[in-house]
Ligand binder design. Sequence first.
Ligand SMILES: [Mn+2]
Length: 340
Amino acid sequence: MTKEDKIKSFDVNGVSVHNQLFGLPFDEAESDIIVIPVPWEVTVSYGTGTMDGPRAIFEASMQVDLFQPQHPDFWKKGMFMLSEPERLRKLSMELRPLVESHIDCLVAGEEPNHEVLDRINRGCEEMVDWVEETAGRLISEGKKVILLGGDHSTPLGMLKALAGKHESFGVLQIDAHADLRNAYEGFTYSHASISYNFMQLPQIEKLVQVGIRDYCHEEFNLAEKDPRISVFYDRDIQGAQFSGQTWEAICNRVISALPQKVYITFDIDGLDPRFCPNTGTPVAGGYTPAQILYLVEQLIASGKEVIGFDINEVGVGEGEWDANVAARLLFSISATAYSN
Ligand SMILES: [Mn+2]
């Protein structure tokens, strides 16, 4: 059956296709938009559970209705999620106990084992390489790409792949954390170092962070002195709202700070924790899904282009609430960013 035939015969109001992202009937070749799942939680520093995020979002996606008021035909573009790389899930589970013993060492003030640290860093490098290779292949096939973490170390390979295609672009980071630490806890590819790491790519001309409310002196100072980094701290955003500034005005300030091409890295903990109670490192404060969606809508309305995005740090605890929120955001952000 051709894609056209599938579109004609698919009942968009009916029961979703079993075991397919959003219950859509398309395969990888027929889908314009491909989701890369990265089951990975090696360097997480507080709670675990993000490794199963992509799987849980996939499950929850089958309950999402496909009507998007501004883009009712979006589903016809096709969205498909690759199968999970089993090798990475296995490697993540192998490395996790080593990370825990390394962190215990640091907490106890003992000298860490450098061989163990090397092994962790090499394992993380393998994950980054796999993501870069996979995203690179999809980009060269003309696909729009989305990554689902896993912890926030997972998008580095995706950004490297995009840096191979785009001479210059900006990153919009929605997050409670700045993630600007250099090799946090000794881990080169820590989830708390993602922004420090991708800012080493010369193609990234600008980083605009939104929602930051848990950060250290080093991160504050680094952001202050790097002209490529603009931070909209949660305290300042909430303060502006308290004194009467609209969310629209705040979005416009964020968007003005970004260049024409934008990658969005969305740590789910940027949201108010009531929308992601099982994320690894929740922090009080933050935003509603509607506010984030409005920000992306305004970004697209401004004429800027989204060249890729990720959603990461979605935790799985009791029930499926976190994944349910993330699945709906995945669909509506995709419809907003990728309808043209
Ligand atoms: Mn975070």
